[in-house]
Design a protein around this ligand. Structure first.
Ligand code: GTP
Ligand code: MG
Length: 251
């Protein structure tokens, strides 16, 4: 993050939090537009809801200390990726990859790293898809690339993570073994539930002859539309054509 030189030391904290807050707003708007566009074309809503938050000064200081870093604005910018955080909750695991793909295709978003705890769950059973991205925030002196952590998970994964988080904090990381075992069992139930809900939804769609599988929509239908968006071609035209194609497929 290149804070403009005209901002003196005293202004830095406010400026930085302003940037992170603006990044949250910018990404939120982007995601909302993607979701609305998806609803517009496919009559399908991949996102259940979105939560966003700015890390509190207290948590920033604690985390820097935990990582053995001196508490400074420079270190917070360099070493913390989750000062601005967004959590996207969806219904099905397939939606997670669809959304992640939609986000990484955005021309002004740079993906810094990805942690796929769905393909590789944590030993405690935690599942979620994490991306750290940057988005340019346009100040009068020019763009400032600002980091945002995006977590994408299903409702069931989110339910599990909230409970695990509560237990973790309650016992300060030293929860009784029995609780850890119970949580692991719950994580397996979450897996099963996500799988069952997905196949149930598939069956419903097949019976109603409604829509193709989300993966197929992502791989086969969307690229043209998104290429159009990325290159700034006439969006309306490609959207209309895609909608017609969908109709032709009986969707
Ligand atoms: P942190 O230092 O915890 O931020 O981890 P990290 O910087 O290595 O990143 P990671 O992608 O592993 O985790 C980012 C965030 O995901 C955390 O700050 C939590 O909000 C959430 N998270 C990661 N692991 C767990 C977990 O085991 N349980 C819960 N409930 N949340 C987790
Ligand atoms: Mg983190």
């Amino acid at each position: 993050m290149n804070i403009p030189k005209s901002y003196d030391q005293l202004d830095q904290w406010t400026t930085i939090m302003f940037l992170y807050n603006s990044a949250l707003k910018a990404i939120n708007t982007k995601i909302e537009i993607m979701n609305n566009e998806f609803v517009h074309i496919y009559h399908y809503n991949p996102i259940e809801h979105i939560k966003s938050r700015l890390k509190s000064p207290d948590s920033i200081v604690k985390k820097l200390k935990r990582h053995g870093r001196e508490v400074s604005i420079a270190n917070m910018i360099e070493y913390l990726s989750d000062i601005a955080g967004i959590r996207i909750i969806c219904s099905f695991t397939s939606d997670i990859y669809l959304i992640a793909d939609m986000i990484s295709r955005q021309a002004d978003i740079t993906v810094l790293n990805i942690k796929d705890y769905i393909k590789n769950p944590k030993p405690n059973g935690y599942k979620s898809y994490h991306m750290v991205v940057t988005i340019p925030i346009y100040l009068s002196e020019g763009p400032v690339e600002t980091k945002v952590e995006i977590q994408i998970r299903t409702i069931a994964m989110d339910f599990w993570a909230s409970l695990e988080h509560k237990i973790y904090y309650k016992f300060e990381g030293n929860a009784p073994r029995s609780l850890e075992v119970e949580l692991k069992v719950c994580a397996e139930i979450v897996d099963m539930l996500d799988g069952k809900m997905f196949s149930l939804n598939e069956s419903i769609m097949k019976i109603s002859g409604d829509q193709p599988e989300p993966e197929n929509r992502a791989d086969e239908k969307r690229p043209d539309i998104w290429t159009g968006l990325l290159t700034g071609e006439t969006q309306e035209k490609s959207l209309r054509e895609a909608a017609k194609e969908q109709d032709a497929d009986g969707i």
